[in-house]
Write a protein that binds this ligand. Structure first.
Ligand code: HEC
Length: 119
């Protein structure tokens, strides 16, 4: 092995070890509500809604900024809050009652995404 190659290899190992040490010593960080909400969204909603909640998905409308009352009515009961004017009049979305307990995180995530207001 040439000197240069040996040096490069030692440097690469040193860098890898640094990375490992950082990973090993850094305290595991708690996810924020927004990050947890993003996980809930990605795992439960994007079959129908867009991966980017500010634009419509294959089936579901854009829901960025959806208030908690709407999420609760829709996700837990497949309904709408009293007086709410739904974006769609279909009834494709079913209730996902097991997400009770994640609504705060979901709301935090959807609230953090700026809504697009096309026309
Ligand atoms: C099976 C497909 C599907 C899944 C999964 C789904 N949705 Fe929907 N969603 C829809 C459709 C379609 C609509 C339009 C109304 C209808 O057909 O029920 C809708 C409507 C909504 C609305 C009302 C929007 C408005 O302003 O009228 C909200 C809020 C919503 N979904 C949130 C969610 C969230 C949050 C999840 C994940 C936890 C989710 N949906 C999962 C298909 C889905």
């Amino acid at each position: 092995m040439s000197r240069a190659a040996a040096y490069a290899r030692r440097a690469a190992i040193a860098i890898a070890l640094c990375g490992f040490a950082l990973a090993a010593c850094g305290k595991p960080r708690e996810l924020t509500a927004v990050e947890r909400g993003e996980v809930v969204y990605r795992t439960n909603c994007i079959a129908c809604h867009n991966r980017d909640p500010s634009v419509p998905g294959p089936l579901g409308p854009a829901i960025a900024g959806a208030p908690r009352a709407l999420l609760e009515a829709r996700v837990l009961h497949a309904g709408y809050p009293p007086g709410y004017l739904p974006q769609r009049h279909s009834h494709t979305m079913r209730a996902l009652p097991w997400l009770d307990g994640h609504l705060g995180d979901l709301t935090a995530y959807l609230d953090a995404i700026p809504a697009h207001h096309p026309g």
